[in-house]
Design a protein around this ligand. Structure first.
Ligand SMILES: [Zn+2]
Length: 402
């Protein structure tokens, strides 16, 4: 259950003057370290997966582990796609379990950025998923991933930000006010006046990318001016790499496990330091009681076919599975046939939606309409259709308390 609605989570942080860490993970060691830190200091946390890192791990394989970590947690968690490059990648991330997505078209001119972002917002909101946009450009300077963000810094202006947010409908905005991806050269100078103006103009949670290298005081001022989500990766990568080098120097040449020993510990320590500094520590219970839990819906149909044989029925089912599983917000399509010969209903569809919003958007989706009208309904005579949501004991308990 501790997966929570990310919009609620960041609205809570925004209203109460703290920021949630969105830590990019690149391995299970990172995932465990970040979660250990959140549990230790009772902080809400965002598990972030950057598209640029998908060459280092298989997104589809890692997501079940990320979800399992969130579900067994006792602190509120959201799962976020970081720097998604296209509508397709945002859709895939949602169908694999992300409940927040970032669309990054910040390298495009304003009109192109608005157009691409709006398309993602439309799709994601129909799945109940909030969207982070980026306006202005946060370049990379040096270190981890810096080369993935080429070019010069472009600052966000309050006027453009207002237009962008109004026309795209994004829920959070990543702003460019002087940070860089990777490591800063020298002392970073941040434009706090600009940030203050953007915050006044927008009134939505703001996001900072390139948090590594900022001073404690700079973080405090960012948060005081509307920053409610801080993306953080380079420093975690640095402490992990340092640990591997130390293990190596200490003569741990005996193998892989010896070299990567204690990565979890150092990642956890750095993440914990951030959670305390950014004010998220100790907020877990408050967030859990104030934010909607993120709960899937099971769309169940049991039915009998008329006028076609078993082979034709199986062809229809296979086609349905293929078409329906690509609709935004569909986590899984299970199709089955009754085990007992005398079952009253012979066939079933069990379609898992990521969120109740998908009940409606799925029904109206052109691919669903076409399949249902031409292949399914003409042969599925007798049927029962119901949408289920889990009865969650933790939620029930919270409702009683509040
Ligand atoms: Zn970034």
């Amino acid at each position: 259950m501790p997966l929570v609605d990310m919009k609620d989570m960041l609205q809570h942080a925004y209203r109460h003057g703290y920021a949630v860490g969105a830590f990019d993970l690149v391995s299970l060691d990172f995932l465990e370290g970040i979660m250990a830190a959140a549990e230790r200091v009772r902080a809400p946390v965002i598990l972030s997966l950057a598209e640029s890192h998908f060459e280092y791990f298989d997104f589809e394989l890692v997501m079940p582990a990320v979800e399992a970590a969130a579900r067994r947690a006792s602190v509120p968690v959201a799962i976020h796609l970081d720097h998604g490059g296209s509508l397709k990648s945002a859709m895939r991330a949602i169908n694999l379990g992300c409940n927040g997505v970032m669309v990054d078209a910040s390298h495009e001119p304003l009109s192109g950025n608005i157009q691409r972002t709006h398309a993602v917002v439309e799709m994601a909101h129909a799945c109940g998923v909030p969207v982070e946009g980026e306006l202005g450009y946060v370049p990379g300077i040096e270190g981890e991933d810096a080369e993935l963000h080429p070019g010069e810094v472009s600052y966000t202006t309050p006027e453009e930000a207002k237009t962008y947010v109004e026309q795209t409908g994004v829920d959070f905005l990543a702003v460019s006010i002087g940070t860089v991806h990777g490591r800063m050269r020298g002392t970073p100078k941040l434009d706090f006046q600009r940030l203050e103006q953007i915050n006044e103009a927008l009134g939505i949670p703001l996001v900072i990318h390139g948090g590594t290298g900022l001073s404690d005081d700079q973080f405090r001022r960012l948060i005081a001016n509307g920053v409610a989500k801080i993306n953080y990766y380079t420093a975690l990568s640095d402490v992990a790499a340092k640990q591997i080098n130390e293990n190596n120097r200490a003569g741990a040449s005996s193998g892989f496990t010896a070299l990567v020993k204690n990565i979890r510990t150092v990642v956890a320590a750095e993440a914990e330091r951030c959670m305390r500094l950014w004010g998220g520590a100790g907020r877990a219970d408050e967030v859990l009681s104030r934010c909607r839990p993120w709960m899937p819906v099971e769309h169940l149909i049991i039915y009998n076919v008329e006028g076609i044989d078993k082979v034709d029925a199986e062809t229809m089912i296979a086609e349905g599975r293929r078409v329906l599983s690509t609709i935004p917000g569909v986590r899984e399509v299970f199709t089955g046939a009754a085990v007992q010969d005398d079952a009253k209903y012979r066939y079933t569809w069990l379609v898992r939606f990521c969120h109740p919003a998908v009940i409606d958007s799925y029904r109206k989706h052109p691919d669903h309409v076409t399949f249902a009208d031409t292949l399914f309904r003409p042969v599925a005579g007798e049927r029962i259709s119901i949408d289920y949501q889990a009865v969650d004991p933790v939620l029930a308990e919270l409702l009683i308390i509040t």
